[in-house]
Design a protein around this ligand. Structure first.
Ligand code: ADP
Length: 423
């Protein structure tokens, strides 16, 4: 029976949390949405489960509905503690969804107090006096103020949370955090007595998250980025299934890299990889004109080289190039046609060409590939770089090794070194 049940509001964020849990010795499974009975056997001998939703930018009502369904499923599995995972930049729309989902989970679990802790010092997301900093600057100056879907224009999380939740919002200040977990717990008591339902937590360094994790050990519900997981781990130490939590079965087979990410880090990784492996570039405009021919060409290149080397198939392009495609096709349609092609190519590579090991770059792109391959769940294994573990698919059907990389993660040689860390 899993001890810890997590609900993540997006796909690669779920993988990030799952890989943090594995790093503290918890055998962890990530499910794609709420799984059906097909996964039952894979959920028996694990310490934590992360349900990956795609609820971050849904209407708040739908996000609440999905999160509550995930909670019910986790409760039925026997989880003892629950973790609502969101982004370390507190990505939310003006309507939520962090506040409304937190409220609904508190009601469903019958708790009157929880915490909000997005801090992730390893990625330079820190909280001081309730203000969230990303890369050393306030959130609203970090570029997040221009995010197309979840623009963050206020770095003050007490204010942001206050506008989203019906609970009173309080703060556990940095000075208190530095006095240790006992001091934090007693601050929780004071806040509770003052009628506070959600406490924003200051944290600047890793050691602060450890203090906070220890202080949160008895809370039924926590809400956080992936960072708090490290601190919570101590609670479970004596109850874990044991052994190497990152162990995965060996998956032999052909190797491919698929990328639909146009993030800066991915573009550098693609340049590096092109010098090492055969590669093919999908073009959004060409796909729009002649979809079948371009997909066939990509598969022909793969067929020619796959028995000797990994092959790279990517749509990744410079911002100018992407903009041109978006102007001519529309933003949505340009993204969709690339995602459709990546999904179809992934299906053919696996079903017809014997590919069993896939590295996918891009959050949305990963979603498209996982859905085309009808993946229901992932066993989380060793990390290639922080936040990007190797995983092995669960459920019925042939097992695949998948590494799903969100755009800005990974070092420049990520796509060539990844194969060395494979089980
Ligand atoms: P990231 O994690 O880097 O944000 P995503 O996969 O989430 O990557 O998002 C990238 C989006 O850009 C996807 O919807 C993808 O289909 C789209 N895309 C990729 N290449 C192009 C291109 N050449 N022109 C237009 N859109 C593209």
């Amino acid at each position: 029976m899993p001890l810890l049940g997590c609900i993540a509001d997006d796909f690669t964020g779920a993988t990030d949390l799952a890989s943090q849990l594995v790093s503290i010795g918890m055998r962890t499974v990530q499910t794609i949405g709420i799984p059906d009975e097909g996964l039952a056997a894979d959920l028996e001998d694990i310490d934590a489960v992360v349900v990956a939703l795609k609820s971050r930018t849904l209407p708040a009502e739908t996000a609440v509905e999905q999160s509550l369904a995930a909670l019910e499923w986790l409760k039925a599995r026997g989880c003892e503690q629950f973790y609502f995972k969101y982004c370390s930049t507190f990505d939310s729309t003006s309507e939520g969804n962090i506040g409304p989902v937190t409220d609904a989970l508190m009601d469903a679990l019958d708790v009157s107090f929880t915490v909000a802790c997005p801090a992730l010092p390893a990625n330079r997301r820190t909280v001081y006096n309730g203000y969230l900093f990303a890369g050393g600057v306030p959130l609203n100056e970090s570029g997040m103020q221009d995010h197309p879907l979840t623009p963050m224009t206020d770095a003050n999380l007490v204010r942001v949370m206050d506008s989203q939740t019906r609970h009173r919002v309080g703060l556990v200040e940095f000075d208190c955090v530095r006095r240790g977990s006992e001091a934090v717990r007693s601050r929780f008591d004071t806040l509770r007595a003052d009628g506070v339902g959600v406490a924003v937590l200051d944290a600047i360094e890793q050691q602060d998250l450890e203090t906070l994790g220890e202080a949160c050990r008895d809370l039924t519900l926590v809400t956080a980025g992936s960072g708090l997981a490290l601190g919570l781990g101590a609670r479970w130490r004596d109850q874990l299934t044991g052994g190497d939590a990152a162990r995965l079965p060996a998956i032999p087979g052909r190797e491919v890299i698929l990328s639909g990410s146009c993030s800066r880090a991915t573009l550098a990784q693609i340049e590096h990889t092109k010098a090492h492996y055969p590669h093919y570039r999908l073009d959004a405009l060409t796909l729009a004109e002649n979809y079948q021919d371009q997909v066939a060409e990509a598969l022909a290149l793969a067929r020619e080289h796959l028995d000797r080397s990994p092959v790279l198939i990517h749509a990744s392009a410079s911002p100018d190039n992407v903009k041109r495609a978006q102007q001519l096709l529309g933003v949505q349609a340009a993204g969709e046609i690339v995602e459709r092609a990546l999904g179809e190519i992934a299906g053919a590579l696996v079903n017809e060409l014997g590919v069993r090991r896939l590295l996918v770059a891009g959050g949305e792109s990963s979603g498209a590939v996982v859905s085309a391959l009808e993946v229901k769940g992932l066993q989380i294994g060793p990390s290639i770089d922080p936040g990007v573990p190797w995983t092995v698919t669960l459920g019925t059907g042939e097992r695949l090794a998948l590494a799903l990389k969100s755009g800005n993660f990974g070092s420049e040689d990520f796509m060539t070194k990844a194969w060395e860390t494979m089980p």
